[in-house]
Ligand binder design. Structure first.
Ligand SMILES: [Zn+2]
Length: 287
């Protein structure tokens, strides 16, 4: 990630006009683009600046904090993350810098298999409420109207995603993922994760073991799985190989990990959710 890229990412994350940027102290720093958008929704109508550390296109798992991240974190009034297991690098930084009291985890309870809770609407509603409470407690201005509107939008996305998957028959509802984490999403929408290529979400670029790969191939055949997913922007080699070995179509690339650059489809949580659902439903629907 180039410095210039990062610089523009920083600008886009701010809710203020660019004029006077250099003097702005960013008060709210989130781990990645999705919680940063939620912060923006709750503080809409206020001039409170906020930014995401990991820019669009960056991956959450195995992230390491850069020098400019550390500077932004040091100045932040409130730091927002999803869960210490998902963002261990943020938990470590807060501990080392005695900033744990300023770190707001939106879903602090222990997680099963690194679950991507930010794509599960019921969880997002809970996180949005927790975020508002946390910001209010820190003296950051939010509004009840903003929260109500955000919750309404989550419900409307949930309904649209349900409708998108509605035409799928029971045998069309299963898929293999690149890494664990989509189980709760699948559960929420009547789908099923039949297996994952990688055994842990934190090893996103690693290769699966030979034994795990053989077992996965076997279960694809016995369960008649037709769809393999990969993460857009990540190396799809293992997913492509698995597709070939299982005589399946090439993997379907989805982006659940970040929002797209502003002005492109998937640049908001709502459009990211709808876009992924459409792509996934299209891949799952058998002719
Ligand atoms: Zn992930």
């Amino acid at each position: 990630m180039g410095t210039l890229h990062r610089f523009f990412g920083l600008l886009l994350g701010l809710s203020l006009p660019l004029v006077g940027w250099a003097s702005i102290e960013v008060e709210l720093v989130s781990s990645f683009t999705i919680p940063n958008e939620w912060v923006g929704k709750l503080t809409a109508g206020t001039p409170i600046p906020h930014l995401a550390l990991i820019p669009s296109g960056g991956e959450l798992h195995g992230y390491t904090i850069s020098a400019s991240d550390a500077r932004a974190l040091a100045k932040a009034k409130v730091i927002v993350g999803i869960n210490p297991q998902l963002e261990p690098w943020l938990a470590d930084w807060a501990k080392a810098n005695q900033r744990e009291k300023d770190l707001l985890w939106l879903s602090p309870a222990p997680l099963p298999s690194g679950s991507h809770l930010w794509i599960v609407p019921a969880e997002v509603k809970t996180m949005m409420r927790r975020l508002k409470k946390g910001l209010d407690a820190a003296g950051i201005e939010t509004s009840e109207g903003n929260l109500v509107q955000a919750l309404k939008e989550i419900e409307s996305v949930e309904k649209d995603v349900w409708d998108t998957f509605a035409p799928l028959l029971p045998h069309e509802r299963q898929f293999v993922t690149q890494h664990p984490g989509l189980e709760k999403y699948a559960e929420a929408f009547g789908l099923k994760v039949a297996g994952s290529i990688l055994e842990s979400a934190s090893a996103e670029s690693a290769d699966p073991s030979a034994r795990h790969y053989a077992e996965l191939l076997k279960s694809i055949r016995t369960q008649k799985v037709r769809v393999i997913l990969c993460d857009e922007g990540q190396n799809p080699a293992a997913a492509q190989q698995l597709g070939k070995d299982a005589s399946l179509p090439p993997p379907t690339a989805l982006t659940f990990e970040y929002l797209q650059k502003r002005g492109t489809p998937g640049d908001t949580w709502a459009s990211m959710m709808r876009l992924n659902a459409r792509k996934l439903a299209e891949a799952l629907k058998q002719p």
